[in-house]
Design a protein around this ligand. Structure first.
Ligand SMILES: Cc1cc2nc3c(=O)[nH]c(=O)nc-3n(C[C@H](O)[C@H](O)[C@H](O)COP(=O)(O)O)c2cc1C
Length: 203
């Protein structure tokens, strides 16, 4: 599958890392785009409160991020968020599905308003106008009325909203297992087979 993965500046960069790991190792054609805010969140969430990579350039932060999540650079294309001239900016490109994981409320608001101020938002706009799969993984709590309305708007417009709400009935033992539950739900929506969590089989 040819996939665009947007990683925005919501907390939970581990969700993006685990998603990229699952897809890049699974024979898919994956393009990843980190927003400017996402790079800062990665810097602080993944590396000792950012101390190790404080002041490091974005490509160094992402290199460390990929290494941490066991992703080989050759397994994916990394696109800069201001590369609005990328092929995926156009509905004529054949990206099959897009996922924004995690997805900030700011990016949700832009999608709901039809604003494309970076490549992540533009790809989301394209997917909706072309009626192709768009999955967003929002992470925020509590949610304001504005945020709830924006989520409703994009759901009505055709996006799938897979909220970053991990379950506990499969007894996760690590943060990675908790994140993989959400990643597995994203893959379920896309129809991609996985073994990321144990499914509920009844009492
Ligand atoms: C440490 C940190 C954590 C954040 N967590 C969230 C979050 O969970 N949800 C959210 O909507 N925004 C969060 N933000 C704010 C976004 O990063 C901010 O709104 C940014 O402008 C989003 O830009 P983007 O959507 O282009 O990535 C966080 C910011 C920082 C620095």
């Amino acid at each position: 599958m040819r996939l665009f993965i947007g990683i925005s500046g919501a907390s939970g960069s581990i969700y993006g890392g685990r998603l990229l790991r699952a897809l890049a190792g699974g024979g898919h054609e994956v393009s990843a785009c980190f927003s400017t805010a996402a790079v800062e969140v990665v810097r602080h969430e993944e590396f000792d409160s950012g101390l190790k990579l404080l002041g490091a350039p974005a490509d160094q932060v992402l290199e460390a991020f990929f290494s941490r999540h066991g992703i080989l650079p050759r397994q994916l294309e990394v696109i800069l968020p201001d590369n609005i001239g990328h092929a995926f900016s156009s509905g004529s490109s054949l990206v099959e599905a897009a996922v924004i994981c995690p997805c900030s409320m700011s990016t949700i608001a832009s999608i709901a308003a039809g604003i494309s101020s970076n490549l992540i938002q533009r790809v989301a706009d394209v997917m909706l106008k072309e009626s192709r799969p768009l999955v967003v993984v929002p992470r925020e709590t509590p949610l304001s009325e504005i945020q709830l309305r924006n989520l409703y708007v994009i759901k009505k417009a055709g996006a799938q909203v897979v909220a970053a709400m991990p379950a506990f009935y499969h007894n996760p033992q690590t943060i990675e297992e908790m994140a993989d539950f959400i990643v597995g739900k994203v893959l379920d929506v896309l129809g991609i087979d996985h073994g990321l969590f144990r499914r509920w089989e009844g009492w």
